[in-house]
Design a protein around this ligand. Structure first.
Ligand SMILES: *Cc1c(COP(=O)(O)O)cnc(C)c1O
Length: 392
């Protein structure tokens, strides 16, 4: 690390709260799926800002949309609306298959805020009980944290909002046993991202739908990480109609925006005075969301994601030191034979690749949807050497 980078590391330590640990790198610029650190070293970014930079870095369509909107009208408050806000709401409802009129949208600035909105919405059923999966991650604000299973995240902040039951992810019977006539909602990630990519077993979401229906509860799917094209489909869930879908991460391609979608009657539960936000739904963030969606459509990125995801999973999993490969499209989790994920991430970084280790055994890849075949092949070529280095 040169002087500039080490100086910023020191200044970071002196002036930023230590919630994330020391930064791994001081990054200076990015183009596509590539970033450069303050020393000028180049990396291929297989983390994509944690599934956020859907169009990679500095994508012309996103730059143009945000710049033009900011030059035209940047913020107006929710006493007013704008064309980008209405158009993005309609577009999201279209992508979900319910269409404008088939649901309603509340815009936020982040995933945890989308889940806060949804949590409050569920309270408007007159019920308070929520059933959530073990391994879940729904955010760090107090409400979303109450719905997040990881003990280390929760314990320092208890008491959290209560009446939450955790059940093993993927276990249909455990879910059915936990839900009662006083349950407001079942909350699930179709693919658990922070846990290291756990894909819901076939039939699990349909069973959750049936259980919710049997008890008059809402089915709430958190697609903050798995949604917006990441799986090679617009949403990771299929063949079920949820009552609530929450989105963020890839939605704005790096510009902060989240959304809580209420489908059918669930879209009517929050009424005037029940919820609010100053920044949520501002025209710049909504223009960013529209640009992301338009680019995914115009450039056929869903197909691209499916093809490159398969190539990555096949290639990475071919090494015998990889015990298991999970995921769909470009949300990929690897289980290593031992607790070596931190060493693998460090070796990858030294070799010019940014990976992520959500658990001691697991590697996660959630690269930009625009990542190229050459970028993927570069990682696959380096992969055996990275594992050699990590396990030496
Ligand atoms: C990241 C994430 C969140 C929280 O989003 P923030 O923007 O960090 O608040 C919520 N749910 C899921 C599934 C996530 O992956």
């Amino acid at each position: 690390m040169n002087d500039t980078a080490s100086t910023y590391q020191e200044r970071y330590a002196a002036s930023l709260m230590n919630t994330f640990g020391p930064p791994k790198l001081v990054l200076a610029k990015g183009v596509g799926a590539h970033v450069w650190d303050a020393d000028g070293k180049e990396y291929v970014d297989f983390l994509g800002g944690i599934a956020v930079n859907a169009l990679g870095h500095a994508h012309p369509a996103l730059v143009e949309a945000v710049t033009t909107q900011l030059q035209t009208l940047g913020h107006v408050s929710n006493f007013f609306t704008t064309a980008p806000q209405v158009e993005l709401a309609e577009k999201l409802l279209d992508l979900l298959g319910v269409g404008a009129g088939g649901g309603k949208v509340f815009f936020t600035n982040s995933g945890t805020e989308a889940n806060e909105a949804a949590f409050k919405l569920t309270r408007r059923t007159g019920r308070t009980h929520v059933v959530v999966a073990e391994g879940s991650f729904h955010g760090r604000t107090m409400g979303a944290l109450a719905l997040t299973s990881k003990e280390a995240y929760r314990a320092p902040f208890e008491p959290l909002p209560g009446d939450v039951t955790f059940v093993p992810f993927g276990d249909t019977d455990a879910l059915a046993a936990a839900v009662t006539d006083r349950t407001a909602a079942i909350l699930l990630e179709p693919i658990q991202g922070e846990a290291g990519v756990n894909v819901a077993p076939d039939g699990y979401l349909a069973a959750a739908r049936a259980t919710a229906d049997a008890h008059g509860a809402l089915l709430w799917l958190d697609e903050v990480q798995s949604g917006m094209g990441r799986t090679g489909r617009w949403f990771a869930h299929a063949d079920v109609t949820p009552d609530i879908v929450t989105l963020a991460k890839g939605l704005g391609g790096g510009f902060p925006i989240g959304a809580c979608l209420g489908i059918g009657a669930a879209g009517e539960l929050l009424q005037p005075g029940n919820h609010g936000t100053t920044f949520g739904g501002n025209p710049v963030a909504c223009a960013a969301g529209l640009a992301v969606i338009r680019t995914i459509e115009d450039d056929d990125l869903l197909e691209h994601v499916a093809v490159l995801g398969q190539r990555l999973r096949d290639g990475l999993g071919a090494d015998p030191r990889v015990a298991e490969v999970r995921g769909e499209g470009l949300i990929i989790g690897l289980d290593l034979a031992g607790d070596t994920s931190a060493d693998v991430v460090a070796a990858a970084q030294a070799a010019g690749f940014i990976l992520n280790n959500p658990t001691p055994k697991r590697i996660r890849l959630v690269p930009p949807l625009v990542i190229t075949g050459d970028d993927v092949d570069a990682l696959l070529a380096a992969w055996p050497g990275i594992l050699d280095e990590a396990t030496r």
